[in-house]
Ligand binder design. Sequence first.
Ligand SMILES: [Fe+2]
Length: 220
Amino acid sequence: MNRPTENRRDFLRRTMLAAFALPFLTDCRVFAQKSTREILEAIRKNAGDPENCNWCGAAREAPDEISWKTALADEKDAGEPLVIAGTVYEKDGRTPAPNILIYAYHTNAEGFYGRGKGEHPHGKHHGWMLTGKDGRYEFRTIKPAPYPARDTPAHIHFTLTGLRFREYWIDDVWFEGDELITPEIKKKQLSGRGGFNPIVRLERGADGVRRGLRDIRLDY
Ligand SMILES: [Fe+2]
């Protein structure tokens, strides 16, 4: 007697589960079919307007075929070779965040952006990365110098743009040991945006290149 009732119940439960899961499965399939180019196109809709935002970069010349790693300098550029890498995490600080467009830029080895006629407003040393499933990013560059005759430490600017949020900036990367890093300047210039520690310790590898870790927490 109970059996037909149980079967009907099971059937209803399966139907409800299927109805609940279908949209997610469909979304996943559509998402999986999206190319990097399509994802980037969707992210760009959240880019800041470069005409009205001097720190934005997501809308500028980000390449269509973008990778999780890039180079902001080439071997001809003066300066100490440097690699900065890390993982972008969701707001929980633990789950890797995919499809985050990172824009990074910095001064040259003399502390200038080189904003001459026809030059990019952020100088030569700028570039883009798009995180994959593991949330990782990495870029090779040269160590920037602080602005001449100013009290701001040497730094690398970052902006983040995603499918679900508009472009925003996080705390710049600073370098441990920089004598311009004082309690006063930390209080004045560090906001906590991006989480973790933006003051990176550089370790020299066997290849002579100095490497630093800057993990990022989303907090849009
Ligand atoms: Fe700067």
